[in-house]
Design a protein around this ligand. Structure first.
Ligand code: CA
Length: 255
């Protein structure tokens, strides 16, 4: 078997932490537990971790701050999936959205078996992504866009652009399927890994942000197009851009 996956649990409630630790260890993961926010931040710095399970309400440094720190790490290195526990429903959009970019959340009280299943799903997905990145190592070019899945760098017309990890994953996904239309739900499923509805606006927000980085005029996109009533697609080639764009751009919904 491969090296066990390393999972960091940051949780101040000792009995919940122990229950999670036991079940995740049973799955064959190498589990480390940090009992408060400061210990969590220190443990994070001792990474890399294959997954983080973060409680939100922690003494010292709260889970949101640790999440932010983890995302700052993954902007320079590899992507670590994060599950937030005890999300207040009012914070879920912040947690899963642009601001913090966690991969999943579980409201307390949750079933430990459910948590284990979510961790397993996240690890499977990040493994698959790493695998496809290795397979497609080397630059991927679509029209004037170029992406390097290994260094996670991206360029538009030869100019490097600064993408968040999720924006990169989204653009990378489009670039692997140029010209194909994906609904917001499909994108959620393939890029975020959520199987459930209700977060489609997260996709819109990311598409809009991505457009500000890859489009000359984000208000009249010529690369990532809205296909009215169906979803989004990345324009396939350099040649198609000029002709296809104005038609689709005209179907952009009003802001
Ligand atoms: Ca707590």
């Amino acid at each position: 078997m491969d090296t066990p996956k390393r999972v960091l649990i940051v949780e101040d409630e000792a009995h919940i932490a122990e229950l999670m630790r036991m079940h995740l260890a049973d799955e064959g993961y190498a589990v480390t537990h940090a009992a408060d926010g400061h210990a969590g931040l220190q443990a994070l710095a001792r990474g890399p971790w294959d997954a983080l399970v973060l409680d939100l309400m922690l003494p010292g440094v709260d889970g949101l701050e640790i999440c932010r720190a983890a995302r700052a790490h993954s902007a320079v290195g590899r992507y670590t999936p994060i599950i937030i526990t005890s999300a207040r429903s009012s914070e879920v959009h912040r947690i899963l959205g642009l601001e913090l970019g966690a991969d999943d959340y579980l409201a307390k009280p949750f079933s430990v078996l459910e948590l284990v299943a979510r961790v397993r799903a996240l690890l499977r997905r990040s493994e698959a992504m790493a695998r496809s990145a290795r397979v497609e190592a080397g630059r991927l070019e679509v029209g004037q866009l170029a992406l390097d899945p290994v260094t996670r760098e991206a360029w538009v017309e030869g100019r490097a652009i600064d993408l968040t990890p999720r924006e990169f994953d989204l653009l990378h996904f489009f670039a692997r399927h140029p010209g194909r239309v994906f609904s917001r739900l499909e994108l959620l499923d393939k890029v975020w890994g959520y199987q459930h509805d209700g977060y489609e606006h997260t996709v819109n927000t990311h598409i809009n942000r991505l457009r500000t980085k890859v489009e000359a005029d984000p208000g009249a996109p010529r690369r990532i197009l809205t296909v009215w009533g169906r979803g989004y697609r990345l324009v396939a080639g350099t040649g198609a851009e000029g002709e296809a764009a104005p038609v689709d751009a005209a179907t952009e919904p009003p802001p």
